[in-house]
Design a protein around this ligand. Structure first.
Ligand SMILES: *[C@@H]1O[C@H](CO)[C@@H](O)[C@H](O)[C@H]1NC(C)=O
Ligand SMILES: *[C@@H]1O[C@H](CO)[C@@H](O)[C@H](O)[C@H]1NC(C)=O
Ligand SMILES: *[C@@H]1O[C@H](CO)[C@@H](O)[C@H](O)[C@H]1NC(C)=O
Ligand SMILES: *[C@@H]1O[C@H](CO)[C@@H](O)[C@H](O)[C@H]1NC(C)=O
Ligand SMILES: *[C@@H]1O[C@H](CO)[C@@H](O)[C@H](O)[C@H]1NC(C)=O
Length: 574
């Protein structure tokens, strides 16, 4: 075993409490800090509400924008979102044919009276949803001129030539279109910019070439002039045009074209995915694409890789006259009831550093599940998505050296028994595993535990890492070398990894300047003992001149005659 100490920084506790008090004083979600809040958001709802697309309860499309806006029940909508327990909502401020869902003066100035509504629907939604403590992003589209009438195209510079499905034609006046759209974004931000976390700005071209139509730098400066913290998110088709972050978009296609959540990849970026027929209420016979259990499992899994924030925003739209397509409300109720007892393991968390999951991983790829940690790194949450046969889940040693003190199972904090040694962590529950998701909450005592060090090989060259997955696909696991530490303990020094691109060779050293060689610093692998301690052995660095390869080993004769011993790097616990 190893010695452990735990110091909770007092300053941190005070800072956290001040933040709590602030939120309580306002009695609602803090606004105006979208850029800093986005890492906390892991579960949202993406809502489209669009004149001439959204239907009502009898399945009829509501073409009249005022009828659509006037029929919307903002408080019922907010109640429904609260049932689903979502952290945030993305709501349409305009989409097809660009009808602003507020009484826009700018649309009148541009002589576009059909592109606005009389009701301040956006203001009403912000008030109702904000009262529930749910944070708000507004959906926008900077290049939605293609559905305009010829007269409106001329007024806005879009032009009447048909350039193609997405693009304007030869008579497009980019200056004029951008003057128009910039006025609209300016008005939107003046009215609502202080009450929202940010904007979703739809990519209008699958080719990712929208800068030919939109002056993004101008829009960005107009938006940020009103609220510098407004977070600008775009569905990512490879070009973000200087906006703040991308979002993966799944309209029932790609990996999300089938309902088996084991095949849905997780991402560092946020993900939007429809779970009904399409992004808005489209029919009274629409069916649900995914089960609530699948959605819960992916929501938890995505939180484990989603370093940028935003998590997953499931998409569905309400009927024009309120309510939802078949199965939507039941899905909200089911997920909401599951989430309410375990949301601390998802909301406001960060991807685990003890049991990291690489972006791109699916539930099908992992052996037991994935993990998150609290933002202050004092709690680790284990999401068991594939229960073991017995009542004990055997986890490997945490990669960040965490030592856990107690464990409990959410939602009711049932104690679990915990056993940790140099080899790993065993969690034994009472009762039985949940078929969909079991959440274990572990309190962190310290990060001074031993971390396994692995050697990987690509056939010629070797690399040392604490990632048993060898960091990149070009290397495969050679085996364990022993244990180092994730933090510097008494008697330990950093073990650096250096790299020579011309040789394709990694060399480890305790010298941060890479021994003044042509190698450049790659980073710190971990902390290694300088002198022999109990249960430790020397870690040798060996070299093969013929293959220009450095290789570390605990074998004093370098495993093969091809290598000669360069020296002792330090001591690893075995
Ligand atoms: C509604 O959409 C149809 C095409 O789907 C179009 O012909 C019609 O002009 C639109 N009506 C309004 C009010 O925008
Ligand atoms: C484009 O619009 C701008 C601003 O409205 C105008 O000054 C300019 O003459 C227009 N360009 C053309 C080629 O029509
Ligand atoms: C798991 O999810 C499925 C699909 O939503 C659901 O039918 C089932 O009841 C869930 N199981 C548990 C134990 O909650
Ligand atoms: C879902 O995919 C996983 C991983 O490929 C597979 O093991 C499982 O059987 C699939 N489940 C269903 C219901 O098809
Ligand atoms: C975990 O359980 C396995 C199987 O019983 C056992 O071999 C291992 O030593 C246990 N590890 C810990 C840390 O208790």
């Amino acid at each position: 075993m190893w010695a452990t100490t735990v110091v909770v920084p007092l300053v941190l506790l005070i800072a956290l409490c001040m933040k709590c008090a602030e939120a309580q004083l306002q009695g609602r979600a803090l606004s105006n800090d979208g850029m800093t809040n986005i890492p906390n958001l892991k579960y949202g709802l993406f809502v489209h509400f669009v004149p001439n697309l959204t239907v009502n309860h009898n399945g009829g499309v509501v073409a009249n924008a005022n009828t659509l806006a006037n029929g919307f029940d903002a408080s019922q909508f907010a109640n429904d979102l609260a049932v689903a327990e979502v952290q945030y909502v993305v709501f349409t401020s305009w989409h097809a044919n660009m009808v602003a869902l507020w009484p826009s003066d700018i649309m009148l100035e541009w002589d576009l009276p059909d592109h606005r509504v009389d009701r301040d629907l956006i203001g009403d939604i912000i008030a109702a949803v904000g009262n529930k403590g749910i944070r708000i992003y507004l959906y926008t589209h900077p290049r939605d001129g293609m559905q305009f009438t010829d007269a409106d195209r001329e007024k806005t510079g879009w032009g009447i030539d048909n350039g193609g499905a997405y693009n304007p034609g030869a008579d497009f006046n980019r200056t004029k279109w951008n003057a128009f759209i910039n006025d609209i974004y300016g008005e939107l931000m003046q009215r609502y910019g202080q009450q929202i976390d940010g904007l979703f700005m739809d990519e209008g071209s699958p080719q990712g070439d929208s800068e030919t139509v939109v002056d993004y730098p101008q829009l960005r400066s107009t938006i940020k002039a009103t609220n510098p913290n407004a977070n600008l998110i775009q569905n990512d088709y490879g070009n973000l045009y200087g906006l703040d972050m991308g979002m993966k978009e799944y309209g029932g296609w790609g990996e999300f074209s089938q309902p088996n959540e084991s095949l849905w990849p997780s991402y560092a970026e946020p993900v939007a995915a429809i779970f009904t027929e399409t992004w808005w209420a489209a029919s009274t016979t629409s069916t649900i694409r995914y089960s609530a259990g699948s959605m819960l499992r992916y929501t938890a899994f995505q939180a484990a890789t989603n370093s940028e924030g935003g998590g997953i925003t499931w998409a569905a739209g309400p009927y024009a006259d309120s309510g939802w397509e078949p199965g939507v409300m039941a899905t909200f109720q089911q997920i909401g009831s599951w989430i309410s007892g375990i949301h601390e393991s998802i909301f406001d968390t960060r991807p685990s550093t003890s049991y990291p999951t690489k972006p791109g991983t699916t539930i099908g790829d992992v052996s037991w599940g994935s993990a998150t940690k609290s933002a202050d790194d004092l709690i680790e949450y284990i999401h068991v998505l594939k229960p073991p046969a017995g009542l004990t889940l055997a986890l490997p040693a945490p990669r960040d050296g965490k030592v856990f003190s107690t464990g409990s199972r959410l939602p009711v904090s049932t104690p679990v028994s915990l056993s940790q040694n140099i080899k790993g962590v065993n969690i034994t529950i009472t009762g039985s595993w949940d078929a969909n998701l079991t959440v274990i909450r572990l309190t962190v005592l310290s990060r001074s535990g031993p971390v396994p060090l692995f050697r990987c090989s690509n056939g010629i060259h070797h690399i040392d890492t604490t990632d048993s997955g060898c960091e990149t696909s070009s290397y495969s696991l050679d085996g364990p070398l022993g244990y180092v530490h994730a933090i510097q303990l008494a008697g330990t020094v950093p073990l650096y990894r250096c790299y020579s691109a011309s040789r394709g060779d990694h060399m480890d050293t305790t010298d941060s300047s890479c021994e003044a060689s042509s190698y450049v610093l790659d980073g710190v692998i971990g902390y290694i003992y300088q002198a022999q301690v109990q249960d430790s052995v020397p870690l040798y660095r060996c070299y093969s001149a013929s293959t220009e390869d450095h290789m570390d080993t605990t074998d004093a004769s370098c495993e093969s005659s091809r290598y000669y011993r360069e020296g002792v790097l330090g001591y690893v616990v075995v």
